[in-house]
Ligand binder design. Structure first.
Ligand SMILES: NC(=O)C1=CN([C@@H]2O[C@H](COP(=O)(O)OP(=O)(O)OC[C@H]3O[C@@H](n4cnc5c(N)ncnc54)[C@H](OP(=O)(O)O)[C@@H]3O)[C@@H](O)[C@H]2O)C=CC1
Ligand SMILES: CC(C)(CO)C(=O)C(=O)O
Length: 320
């Protein structure tokens, strides 16, 4: 299928709202849906597996959560009921992507561009069964969020969404421009993607294995040492993918983590406490896969992956 016109507005009736479907009414889907819904030019639909009462959004501050605000989005549970869409934002966990065919195989999504708002580095590969690569926009999300219940989302950390500097990335930036969603178009997207992988290999793995808030990784010397070893592995593996990560990455990341409020928990830590499957296969697991392919040693990442596989409430490969 040819990609939509670079503005994605070709054939769009003047004045009519542009339709966006957010796939997954969880923490990041709720946050992105809430912010995009601020634009009067957008009609935002949120897809859920089970019926949700609507979407409420609040922000965590130093004195607690702001009062929840009801967000003007339309929840949908039936893919057959979708109207034609211009954009789809995929905000499910990575391991749920393979089952998105019911949504991404409908005529309504056939011409849409797909922003993949997930962690990891294999965004395009995950979308390969559903869409031509030219329709896929990998995204890096640095916001932090939690879901409190069906359709109840709290932002825990301010951040932004990074997209590649191509037509589709710029189109998403334009789409979000009237809203408070911060979107940055990045020239060296591959380096940005591997930098975010380093944040997740450290931030998600170590908080989950140790059951600690993110900021403790920057505040405890023994955890800083382990984190530095993990980041060194990510840098070495990233180089095989032509991504140059700065030598000071571990120090700057850990200083950033140390300054986080105590209430910031990683998404994988949240999964541990909610009894959900971990995304380690897409994070440290992806790192180990690329390391092996390129004959780079990554023993710390292998150990993190093995520990997370052991701890995950739902295993990728169940014990015999
Ligand atoms: N949370 C965070 O702070 C951050 C998360 N990320 C990344 O964002 C991505 C999303 O994570 P997060 O929002 O935390 O995850 P959540 O588990 O909070 O949300 C995922 C949502 O997707 C829904 N879902 C799964 N499959 C389907 C389907 N077939 N149809 C409709 N809905 C579906 C789930 O529904 P159900 O409730 O039925 O399971 C759930 O509501 C992950 O890759 C994560 O690593 C990135 C940066 C920060
Ligand atoms: C906030 C951060 C960086 C923590 O590792 C994250 O991306 C996540 O929780 O998935």
């Amino acid at each position: 299928m040819p990609p939509p016109d670079s503005s994605a507005e070709a054939g769009h009736p003047p004045g009519a709202p542009r339709r966006v479907l957010v796939l997954g009414a969880g923490a990041i889907g709720g946050l992105l849906g809430a912010r995009l819904a601020e634009s009067p030019a957008l009609d935002v639909l949120v897809a859920a597996r089970r019926s949700i009462p609507g979407l409420t959004f609040s922000r965590r501050g130093p004195t607690g959560d702001s009062p929840p605000v009801t967000v003007p989005v339309t929840p949908v549970v039936d893919p057959a009921s979708l109207p034609p869409l211009e954009w789809v934002v995929v905000a499910t966990k990575t391991y749920d992507t393979a089952r998105l065919g019911a949504w991404l195989g409908t005529p309504a999504t056939a011409g849409a561009r797909i922003l993949v708002a997930q962690n990891g580095v294999e965004h395009r590969e995950r979308m390969a069964p559903f869409a031509d690569p030219t329709r896929v926009v990998p995204a890096i999300v640095t916001y932090g969020a939690e879901r409190r219940g069906p359709g109840r989302v709290v932002q825990t950390l301010d951040g932004l969404v990074r997209v590649p500097a191509d037509d589709a990335g710029r189109d998403f930036a334009r789409l979000a421009a009237p809203t408070s969603l911060r979107v940055e178009v990045v020239e060296d997207f591959v380096a940005a993607l591997w930098t975010k992988l380093a944040y997740n290999v450290v931030g998600n793995s170590l908080t989950t294995i140790t059951d600690l808030p993110v900021r403790e990784l920057g505040r405890r010397p023994e955890l800083r040492r382990i984190a530095a070893a993990l980041v060194a592995e990510v840098r070495a593996v990233a180089a095989t993918r032509h991504a140059t990560l700065p030598p000071e990455l571990a120090e700057s990341m850990l200083d950033e983590f140390a300054a986080f409020p105590a209430t910031v928990r990683s998404s994988m830590w949240q999964d541990l406490h909610a009894g959900r499957r971990f995304e380690h296969d897409a994070i440290s697991g992806a790192l180990v896969r690329v390391a092996r392919l390129n004959k780079v040693d990554a023993p710390f990442s292998q150990m993190a992956t093995d520990l997370l596989e052991t701890l995950s409430p739902v295993r990728a490969s169940p014990s015999p």
